[in-house]
Design a protein around this ligand. Structure first.
Ligand code: PLP
Length: 434
C-alpha cells in the first residue's frame, strides 16, 4: 500500500510552492538582460522566467513552482513536456529534422493532414495546408478567399487574427496592435461581434460590398484575445446563412479555440455549424510551431507554387502534433470538458461572493471572468491587481479583452487544481481594496 505521506507529497507537487520572494534574484537578472536586448513590443504582465515545466506545473529560474493556467497562451495543450510528445519529437529528430514538405514528401505530415481532416466538421473531401503559426494560417485562408472569389471580406470588432499585415488587417482587438501600421489590406470591413445578422447585411454588406468580390467572413467561434466571448448558437447559424446568401466562405479562426481546448476538437462544433475553412495553430503541436488550414477540397484548389512555406509542416512539429492528437483523442479533450465545467461552476461561486468579479463563462478550458470596480464598471486596474496577486501566490493567468482574466491551462488540469485556482482567487478578492 502506498503510504499516505507519499500520496500527499505527490499531490502537493500539483500545487504551487514559492521558495523566494518574487521575482527571485535569478529571474530578476534574466529580466534585466531581456529588457536591454529584446523587442519592446512584447507584452509581459509579470516577471516569470521559466526554467522547466511538467504537466500543469512550471518552475522558475529560482526554483519557485507555479500552477500554469496560461499554457504559453493556450499552447501547451497536453501539459508541459508530456513524455509521449517528447518521445515523438525525439524519435523524429533522430531520423530527420527537415526536408521541406513543399518540395518533398514525408509520411508524418500526410498522416497529420488525414487525421485533422477526419476531425474537421466539414463534409466531403478536404485538403490541408501547414504553416508555422496562427497568423500564417490566417494569411493562407485570406489568399484562398481571394483566389476563390475576390478581395472583399468581413471580419469582426474585438477579433484577433494575428499581426502579419494580412492578418492584422482583419484584427480589430486593440488599437495599439494597428497603430502606426496603416495602410491595411483594402476590402476588409468590420461588423460588431454578435451584431444582429440582419443589421450586418443591411448596414454594412449592402452599403460597402461588391457581391462579385465578397469572398469570405472570418470569425472566431469564441472570441479569444477580444475577451473570451461566447456568442449564441443562433448568431453563428445566422453567419452561416449570411455566407450562403452571399456566396461567401465561412472561415473560422480556431487558432486559440481549436484542438480540444473547448472540450470538442473544434469550438465551431458547439454551434452545429459547418464552416468552409478552419484555421488552427497554438495547441496543435503542444508547443512546437505549427499551424494548419483545413478547407473544402474544391476551395483549396490552387496550383503548384501559389502558396507554400519552407518550414510549414516541419516533420518534428508534425510528429509532435500527431502525438498531441493521440492524447486529445485518448482523454484530454474529455478532461477539458469535465474540468472546464467544474472550473466555470467554481468561478461562478467566486463571482457570487465578491464585488470584484462577474461573468464566469467559457467552454471547456477556455474560461474567463471580468474584473469590475465598485460601480460595476469593467476595470483593467482591478484586473491587474488580481493578476499580480495570483502570480505572487504561484498562479499564472493572463488578461484578455479590456478587463477579463482568462484561464487557458493545459488540458490535463485536474479538478483539485481548478478548485485551488478558484479558492485562491476568492481569497485574493477578499483582500482587495478598490
Ligand atoms: N488567431 C487567433 C484567434 C489568435 O488567438 C491568435 C494568437 O493569439 C492568432 C490568430 C495569431 O496566432 P500567432 O500568434 O501564432 O501568429
Amino acid at each position: 500500500m502506498a503510504s499516505t505521506k507519499t500520496a500527499a507529497a505527490a499531490n502537493n507537487a500539483l500545487f504551487p510552492q514559492l521558495v523566494t520572494p518574487l521575482p527571485g534574484p535569478r529571474a530578476k537578472a534574466v529580466v534585466e538582460r531581456d529588457e536591454a536586448i529584446m523587442s519592446p513590443s512584447y507584452t509581459r504582465d509579470y516577471p516569470l522566467v521559466i526554467e522547466r515545466g511538467e504537466g500543469c506545473m512550471v518552475w522558475d529560474a529560482d526554483g519557485n513552482r507555479f500552477l500554469d493556467l496560461a499554457a504559453g497562451i493556450a499552447v501547451c495543450a497536453t501539459g508541459h513536456s508530456h513524455p509521449h510528445v517528447v518521445k515523438a519529437i525525439t524519435e523524429q529528430a533522430s531520423r530527420f529534422l527537415h526536408m521541406s514538405g513543399t518540395d518533398f514528401y514525408y509520411e508524418v505530415q500526410v498522416r497529420l493532414a488525414e487525421r485533422l481532416a477526419a476531425h474537421a466538421p466539414i463534409a466531403g473531401a478536404k485538403r490541408v495546408f501547414f504553416s508555422n503559426s496562427g497568423a500564417e494560417a490566417i494569411e493562407c485562408a485570406l489568399k484562398l478567399a481571394r483566389h476563390y472569389r475576390g478581395p472583399q471580406v468581413l471580419a469582426f470588432t474585438g477579433s484577433f487574427h494575428g499581426r502579419t499585415m494580412g492578418a492584422l488587417s482583419l484584427t480589430a482587438s486593440k488599437s495599439i496592435q494597428r497603430k502606426g501600421f496603416a495602410p491595411f489590406l483594402a476590402g476588409i470591413v468590420h461588423a460588431n461581434y454578435g451584431q444582429k445578422v440582419e443589421d450586418i447585411e443591411n448596414f454594412i454588406l449592402k452599403k460597402y460590398v461588391d457581391e462579385r468580390a465578397f469572398s469570405a467572413v472570418f470569425v472566431e467561434p469564441i472570441q479569444g484575445e477580444g475577451g473570451y466571448i461566447v456568442p449564441c448558437k443562433e448568431w453563428m447559424a445566422g453567419i452561416r446563412d449570411l455566407c450562403n446568401r452571399w456566396g461567401a466562405l465561412m472561415i473560422v479562426d480556431e487558432v486559440q479555440s481549436g484542438m480540444g481546448r473547448t472540450g470538442k476538437m473544434f469550438a465551431i462544433e458547439h454551434f452545429g455549424v459547418e464552416p468552409d475553412i478552419i484555421c488552427t495553430a497554438k495547441g496543435i503541436a503542444s508547443g512546437l510551431p505549427l499551424g494548419a488550414v483545413i478547407a473544402r477540397a474544391e476551395i483549396m484548389n490552387w496550383g503548384p507554387g501559389q502558396h507554400a512555406s519552407t518550414f510549414g509542416g516541419n516533420p518534428v512539429a508534425c510528429a509532435a502534433a500527431n502525438a498531441t492528437l493521440d492524447l486529445l483523442e485518448e482523454s484530454l479533450m474529455d478532461n477539458a470538458r469535465v474540468v472546464g465545467e467544474h472550473l466555470i461552476a467554481r468561478l461562478e461561486e467566486v463571482c457570487d461572493h465578491t464585488p470584484w468579479l462577474i461573468g464566469a463563462r467559457g467552454k471547456g478550458l477556455m474560461v474567463a471572468v471580468d474584473a469590475i470596480d465598485r460601480k460595476g464598471k469593467g476595470s483593467p486596474a482591478i484586473r491587474q491587481k488580481i493578476i499580480d496577486a495570483m502570480y505572487h501566490r504561484g498562479l499564472l493567468v493572463l488578461p484578455c479583452g479590456a478587463h477579463s482574466i482568462r484561464f487557458c491551462p493545459p488540458l490535463c488540469l485536474t479538478k483539485e487544481q481548478a478548485d485551488f485556482a478558484a479558492d485562491t482567487l476568492a481569497e485574493i478578492c477578499a483582500t482587495l481594496e478598490g
